[in-house]
Design a protein around this ligand. Structure first.
Ligand code: ADP
Ligand code: ZN
Length: 730
């Protein structure tokens, strides 16, 4: 007997879809893209309907309930998710779980839809006498109904008037769904009218042509910070809206770039456009509401972090990936997707241009341009105060350190402070010192879960693991020799802060790193302190290199450069170059004439000399041949297989055995390992890896397909994670 059947992608680590019979009562509401609750073994599980058809339902279990009133995913988005599931070897149900706002695939019940009492105009022929009554009534009518809180933002103490209007039959109170709006009560910043300069105009023209044609085309918008990229984004989005399509803007971390959101609001809200944001700083309810308002076509502009690449825009006409080089676009665990790469796939599937913007494009994107599959557009100059900063490499072999700083940097700080301008100091390590050492017996202190030393945090008087957050007290005596001489080794941002306070007792010093920005609003407070000149020196990790525009910074100093360069990763030169170029770009933004000092023992390293010259092209021309020679991305493809488990021998055996299988079928694929991961123990798990390297993708995919067949033979206690296009090899 045929009946209504659906295929459901469930939230479980399984690669198959499950079919269910749809009971009569749910036939209407169960559409493709809604969440349902379904029996699964002896439990019940949440899944998303991905297919709906008439079929034989005899042996099938019945769905329990439907959890959404509108489909959360449309056919186009499902196509993207299918693609991602296939490409990243990750189960569709769990891909969907990552795409949807947090928690939706876990909770069995609906994420609460909130309602509020709304006043609505009725009986339009009835008019009140009072002036204030008329004003309020007209306003509510204009809004198409409004809640009491909203009315109160316009009219003080409106309650008696509202009550009267209800009695008179001009208003009625009804229950209406309210979408939680994180911008409610935030003032709208002013917009500035600008005339584009020549390079902005030329870039925009090329984009507009493609936006108008509704055709896929990747663009790299390459311009230093302050060259006017954001202005080009704003114009391109306006073009896209003109086509009746929606725009999606991805940023690395939205909480770090509130200025970007403000500028979009300032430009588009006065035109009646709503802007939705999607990021981890929102409450679960806010995210669910943002998602639904996008899915209902109520929003034309979406700004969000990584997972917003899955925002349910029905017809995107433009996708922008700002700071496309940023590593946070790649998810490091579980579903290890890269949002920039998926943005390109989405642009291709839905036929719209994709703009990748950066001052320091990734080598991958640069390579695409060279190969002709991406159009390079340049904004070569800063809009204001043209001059780029001068960068000096401080050779620590000849300039000894006084504490953490070399003399030339100390002098430069002193002179900048005298001019009442600001200093930025980058040290990409938080805490006071990377480890403690007993100088009597040489004991150092390690995390019991991870193979790494515990970082000493002086403020909290704690030893902390930066990988698993393990906490320990600082020992008074060495547990091995009872010695008392336990000394912090190396330097972190806390120590730098302390050194500076000694050197410049009058200076006002602030610190920006994960420790000082944990609480909501704390990051913004530091930014405001800088903007309002309440801070003379800002110390921080790579966070200070991102996004902000501090006009009064005249000097940037970089410490600990060599530990960046020496990370055991083939991308360490690219990352160092990018970070240094970005942070150097923070100097002298408004007035020009900024200075940058980079302290290093390797002043001849090309990543440093190129960053000093702010010469992106020169860097790529030296870096690319290395990659070519070794077959590393972007000149080859990588897959990392990570084995982990509680028992080290089991993990190593599993890796060895799978490695043997792979060797026998390798073909053109180079198989490196198995070898212990650089962090052999992490969060209590032992870890091994096998790196697959190939000039082309198809042979890699053939090998991966084989793995699925072999994993069944491995012990259950060992899990394998497949990382396609890995970014981080730790
Ligand atoms: P980016 O995004 O590359 O850092 P922005 O778009 O933020 O650059 O521009 C930097 C500053 O220059 C902003 O304050 C912006 O308002 C201003 N600006 C941008 N384009 C122009 C222009 N064509 N004329 C005048 N000011 C501009
Ligand atoms: Zn740890």
């Amino acid at each position: 007997m045929t009946t209504l059947v659906v295929d459901v992608a469930v939230n479980a680590p399984v690669r198959t879809l499950y079919s269910y019979r749809v009971p009569e009562a749910l036939a209407e509401s169960v559409q493709v893209g809604v969440r349902v609750q379904a029996p699964f073994g002896r439990r019940s599980i949440v899944g998303v309907v991905v297919r709906r058809y008439q079929g034989d339902g005899t042996d099938l279990k019945e769905l329990k309930s439907c959890l959404d009133d509108v489909p959360l995913l449309d056919a186009e988005l499902l196509r993207l998710l299918h693609w991602a599931s296939d490409y990243y070897y990750y189960p569709l149900g769990q891909v969907i779980k990552n795409a949807l706002p947090g928690g939706l695939m876990r909770a069995a019940n609906r994420t609460a839809i909130v309602t509020e009492k709304q006043y609505r105009r009725i009986n339009p022929e009835k008019f009140p006498e009072g002036k204030r009554q008329q004003q309020i009534l007209a306003w509510i009518d204009e809004q198409g109904g409004a809640g009491a809180t909203q009315i109160r933002t316009e009219f003080p103490s409106p309650t008696p008037v509202l009550k009267r209007l209800v009695e008179m039959g001009c208003l009625e109170l009804c229950e209406k769904e309210r979408l939680r709006d994180p911008f409610l009560f935030e003032p709208l910043p002013p917009d500035t009218a600008l005339i584009l300069n020549d390079s902005q105009r030329q870039s925009l023209e090329q984009m507009s042509e493609r936006i108008g044609a509704c055709r896929f085309q990747p663009f790299l918008l390459h311009g230093v910070t302050g060259s006017g990229k954001t202005e080009v984004y704003l114009r391109a989005v306006a073009e896209c809206l003109k086509q009746g399509r929606q725009a999606l803007i991805l940023v690395p971390e939205i909480s770090l770039t509130p200025q970007l959101v403000s500028r979009f609001r300032a430009r588009f809200e006065p035109l009646g456009e709503q802007i939705a944001t999607l990021h981890s700083g929102l409450s679960a309810g806010e995210r669910y509401d943002a998602w639904r308002s996008i899915a209902r076509h109520q929003v034309n502009i979406v700004i969000g972090a990584r997972s917003a690449v899955f925002a349910p825009l029905p017809k995107p006409g433009l996708i922008i990936v700002d700071e496309e080089h940023d590593g946070s676009y790649k998810q490091g665990e579980g579903f290890r997707y890269h949002a920039r790469d998926l943005a390109l796939v989405r642009g291709q599937q839905q036929q719209c241009p994709v703009i990748l913007g950066s001052a320091t494009p990734s080598l991958a994107t640069y390579y695409r341009c060279k190969q002709g599959s991406c159009t390079l557009l340049s904004l070569p100059e800063r809009v204001h105060a043209g001059a780029m900063p001068t960068v000096e490499l401080v050779d620590l072999r000849t300039e000894p350190l006084r504490g953490l700083l070399a003399e030339p940097l100390i002098e430069a700080i002193a002179s900048v402070l005298e001019q009442r301008r600001q200093v930025l100091l980058l040290l990409n390590r938080r805490g006071f010192a990377p480890y403690l050492l007993c100088t009597d017996c040489g004991t150092s202190f390690h995390c019991p879960n991870c193979e790494i030393t515990l970082t000493y945090h002086q403020r909290q008087r704690r030893l902390i693991c930066h990988y698993c957050d393990y906490l320990d007290r600082v020992p008074e005596l060495c547990p091995a020799c009872r010695g008392e001489r336990i000394v912090p080794q190396g330097a972190g941002t806390e120590r730098l802060e302390e050194d500076l306070a000694e050197l410049f007792p009058a200076a006002r010093i602030a610190r920006m790193d994960r420790d000082t920005t944990r609480t909501k609003g704390s990051h913004q407070r530091i930014v405001r302190g800088m903007m309002e000149d309440q801070v003379d020196i800002l110390v921080g990790t790579q966070m200070i290199a991102k996004g902000h525009d501090f006009p009064n910074v005249a000097l940037v100093g970089v410490l600990g450069t060599d530990s960046l360069l020496n990370l055991p990763d083939f991308r360490s030169a690219e990352r160092s170059f990018s970070l240094l170029t970005q942070v150097a770009g923070r100097a002298g933004r408004a007035v020009g004439g900024g200075r940058v000092f980079i302290q290093t023992y390797h002043p001849e390293h090309f990543a440093l000399t190129c960053a000093a010259a702010q010469d992106v092209e020169a860097f790529y021309q030296q870096e690319l041949p290395f990659r070519q020679e070794l077959g590393y991305p972007p000149c080859g493809h990588l897959v990392n297989l990570i084995f982990s488990g509680n028992n080290g021998d089991q993990v190593s055996n599993a890796a060895t055995s799978l490695g043997r299988h792979l060797q026998s079928a390798a073909g053109d694929v180079e198989i490196l390992g198995p070898s212990p991961c650089p962090l052999t123990r992490l969060r209590g798990k032992y870890r091994y890896q096998i790196l697959l390297k190939s000039p082309a993708r198809p042979p890699l995919r053939r090998l991966l397909a084989m793995i699925a067949g072999v994993t069944a033979e491995l012990p259950r206690q060992v899990s394998i994670h497949i990382d396609i296009d890995p970014l981080d090899m730790f």
